[in-house]
Design a protein around this ligand. Sequence first.
Ligand code: KG4
Ligand code: ZN
Length: 332
Amino acid sequence: MLTLGIETSCDETSIAVVRDGSEILSNVVSSQVRTHAEFGGIVPELAARMHTEIINLVLHNALDQANINAGRIDLIAVTSGPGLMVSLVVGISCARSLSQILHRPVIGVNHLEAHILSNFLSKSKPLLPSLCLLVSGGHTEIVLMKQFGQYEILGSTRDDAAGEAFDKVARLMGLPYPGGPAISAAAESSGHRPYSLPRPMLHDDSFDFSFSGLKTAVVNLLKKLEREGMELSVPDLAAEFQDAVVDVLARKTMRAAEETRAASVLLCGGVAANTALRQRLEREAAHSGLPFFCPDFALCTDNAAMVACAGYHNFIHRNDKLPLSPQPNIGI
Ligand code: KG4
Ligand code: ZN
């Protein structure tokens, strides 16, 4: 079964062809990140316009790279939400039109579920129930995946998402957008560790997070350095900030995995591209005797292969299909 996945929820225009929900035949991603970087963050109207301009070319390339013509597609899957309203509409309109022309079913996909299922695009499949840390630009959730379509949120952020915190703190430090890759690159050349930041909610009983306090701690530290006429070491602050985020994410995830007696640990979402986080969770999961999964780097940030994978599983396993209209604020 060939699924065509379409993703336009934020600032990546992506179309993929995936066989039987796991074999990626093509996964074309056109990122707008350089355009939005000039504004220090995503400008929704601009994102929508750029999706509209590029989506036909992305479709053409996805079919070309998969070496199939559109008539061979069996199912069309498109992100319905969460995401930017004006961006979602572009992908959904494209999916609806293709469905009419090709006489094939079209299914809406939850972007958060797609991130989780990006872990099912590899040859070895995670054992269920699985404890999943979902960390992206808009979401930070600890989710217990019981079955396909059955998810329980155990904890989430009370304010900023982890990716959002990386982006905001990078900006404070004069690093470019998106902040996650910029901070982790800067952290690599950290020499010593003169700064110390808090680990918010680390010892709290819940599985919730709060990252805005960490951002405030960075603001206060920068003000103090300025007052005292001291020069900021960007690599050292980047390393301390990254460690603080990774500490909290990893410890809470592992505690949740142990308490729920999960059979595996999953990491996903844009922040899953962070090497320090991947390595830390991999080490801790191994220590607890649990198999650990995280997608290849290219499948961590937004892409349509994960949407095709989620669409395929929903089509096969679920009766309560997602409505095919934009759902900017849906949860998982
Ligand atoms: O999943 P994603 O591509 O888009 C959303 O659905 O939000 O995630 C984007 C987020 C951005 O906040 C970006 O700074 C973060 O993922 N990110 C990273 C890294 N690469 C991307 N954060 C930390 N380390 C990275 N290497
Ligand atoms: Zn995403």
